[in-house]
Design a protein around this ligand. Structure first.
Ligand SMILES: C[S@@+](CC[C@H](N)C(=O)[O-])C[C@H]1O[C@@H](n2cnc3c(N)ncnc32)[C@H](O)[C@@H]1O
Length: 305
């Protein structure tokens, strides 16, 4: 079994549970020497729960960060933590005290009403962010999923006294975000301004490798093979510009084929523990690719090709 990495209780750490969350592969990535790089600015265009950002921040590697994701409610929540932490904590306290199955469904309906409205006031965005965290911590399996209409549709999860938030962690998250720019955008747009010596970590929805592993619905628009091809082009272009790139993806020949021709590219096998599969028997470690244009242990800004 690969060792799972729990950042030794260090804060900040992810404040939500996210499908494909990378908390469990940081350990293997460190062991392979893939995270010793020194870089200028940091980009993470598939942010999700942000496990890599928090890890690198704890290692004091991050000066300026550009964090983004296509999921607007997720990014609104990060922005609320960054800019309105005390109001958010007040709202979370109330939700924590009111929690029950009945209230869960009322809060879910309220969240869906807010998320589909064209314009929200600052107060409403704070409320939506509190509901986002609350639903993540109380829904079944603690994951975020939307239906085709863009509504959050995960049912009630039967947790005994779920802890909805950790104030100390949210304070640490807020501090870490002060030097970060947060944007709702597509990955291609997110990295347009990356320059030589910057570092981009890409953690896209993985290409499904079996019919039971097709979890690509974080958002109503699925991440198809054409999206994987578009991503490979973006990565090739960044590498050509001297940007350091690290990509996590499924261990699949079709993924390898998209990158093999790029000069200086390296493929690593990572054993990742998996918890998202609802079939308990299939929760063993899964092989994945880590793909980079720098070498293990490489620290300096000299490129490897
Ligand atoms: C595998 S998850 C990232 C998990 C994250 N590394 C973590 O530790 O939690 C993939 C993320 O990509 C986002 N996403 C999907 N399509 C996207 C796109 N076209 N551009 C930017 N983000 C996208 C999803 O909303 C999701 O948060």
């Amino acid at each position: 079994m690969p060792r799972s990495f729990r950042s030794n209780g260090q804060l900040p750490r992810p404040f939500i549970k996210w499908a494909g969350g990378k908390g469990n592969i940081i350990g293997p990535y460190e062991e392979k020497g893939l995270l010793s790089l020194e870089f200028k600015d940091y980009y993470e265009p598939f942010l999700g729960g942000g496990a890599m950002f928090f890890h690198l921040w704890n290692k004091k590697k991050i000066r300026k960060a550009y964090l983004s994701d296509i999921n607007k409610d997720l990014i609104d929540t990060y922005i609320t933590i960054k800019e309105h932490l005390n109001e958010l904590l007040d709202a979370l306290k109330v939700l924590q005290n009111m929690h029950s199955k009945e209230e869960f469904y009322k809060f879910r309906a309220e969240f869906n009403e807010l998320k589909t409205r064209a314009e929200l006031s600052e107060e409403e965005i704070i409320r939506k962010s509190a509901l986002f965290i609350y639903l993540n911590k109380t829904c079944f399996n603690g994951l975020y999923r939307e239906n085709k209409k863009g509504e959050f549709n995960v049912p009630f999860g039967r947790y005994k006294n779920p802890k909805i938030y950790d104030e100390e962690n949210l304070r640490a998250v807020s501090k870490a975000l002060q030097n970060a720019e947060l944007r709702v955008c597509d990955f291609e747009d997110a990295v347009k301004n990356a320059r030589a010596g910057d570092f981009v970590y890409f953690d896209p929805p993985y290409m499904p490798i079996s019919p039971t592993s097709n979890f690509t619905s974080y958002h109503q628009k699925d991440f198809t093979i054409d999206e994987q091809k578009r991503l490979a082009k973006v990565i090739e272009n960044l590498i050509g510009r001297g940007v350091y790139v690290l990509l996590s993806n499924a261990y699949h020949p079709d993924i390898r084929a998209l990158y093999e021709h790029i000069p200086g590219i390296n493929f690593f096998e990572i054993l990742a523990p998996r918890y998202i599969n609802s079939n308990g028997k299939k929760r063993g470690p899964v092989k994945e690719y880590a793909i980079s244009n720098y070498l293990p242990g490489q620290k300096t800004l000299t490129l490897s090709f």
